[in-house]
Design a protein around this ligand. Structure first.
Ligand code: IMP
Ligand code: MG
Length: 180
């Protein structure tokens, strides 16, 4: 590994800490006296999810869903989303909040919405660390967004490029990470 592995931050640890604190309090306010089940979408959301749930000071449960998006350029819908490992918790009647790392084309959240709605939750909302609205291919309503970013590929704080860089403690643009 080269010396320049740790690229320039696009979003710093401090900026994320502050934004997550505010968002956590907003979620706590919106879900007080509800039956909150927060679902982290793996692998990408693992770091954000663990910081976010600790910033929500009300009773809640956590669960996880592992998905993988197969990109297929021949298909107009940009590929398919597959559930690799499903939620264990009962969904019916519960107030489900899905936590994503980044919303890009919008296909993943659209798939998740359809999939979770089949299980009849009491309510269903979406939260994402990052949003890239310029890249949207399909409309996706996101209830809580931490940061909007321009059309650039980012890594770190859970997000990967070819399964690497998830351990960077901040969000960096892939262009800034030059060494291998
Ligand atoms: P969507 O279905 O196109 O919205 O894709 C969302 C998924 O693509 C995310 O959960 C990420 O795994 C991945 N993704 C999209 N953009 C980026 C990026 O800039 N960095 C890392 N992963 C990304
Ligand atoms: Mg992902």
């Amino acid at each position: 590994m080269g010396k320049k592995l740790f690229g320039k931050p696009v979003i710093t640890q401090e900026a994320m800490r502050r934004r997550i604190k505010t968002l956590g309090l907003k979620i706590a306010e919106d879900y007080k006296n509800k039956d909150l089940l927060m679902v982290g979408i793996l692998k990408g959301a693992f770091a954000f999810f663990s910081d976010l749930v600790r910033a929500v000071p009300i009773p809640l449960e956590v669960d996880f869903l592992v998905v993988s998006r197969q990109r297929d350029k021949r298909r107009r819908d940009g590929g398919t989303v597959k559930i690799i490992s499903d939620i264990v918790s009962e969904i019916k009647g519960r107030d489900v909040l899905i936590v994503e790392d980044i919303v890009d084309s919008g296909y993943t959240v659209t798939f998740l919405r359809e999939e979770i709605l089949k299980r009849k939750p009491g309510s269903l909302k979406f939260c994402t660390l990052l949003n890239k609205p310029e890249r949207r291919k399909i409309q996706a309503n996101i209830d809580y967004i931490c940061f909007e970013i321009p059309n650039q590929y980012v890594v770190g704080y859970g997000l990967d490029y070819k399964n690497r860089y998830r351990n960077l403690p901040y969000i960096a643009s892939l262009d800034n990470i030059t060494a291998e």
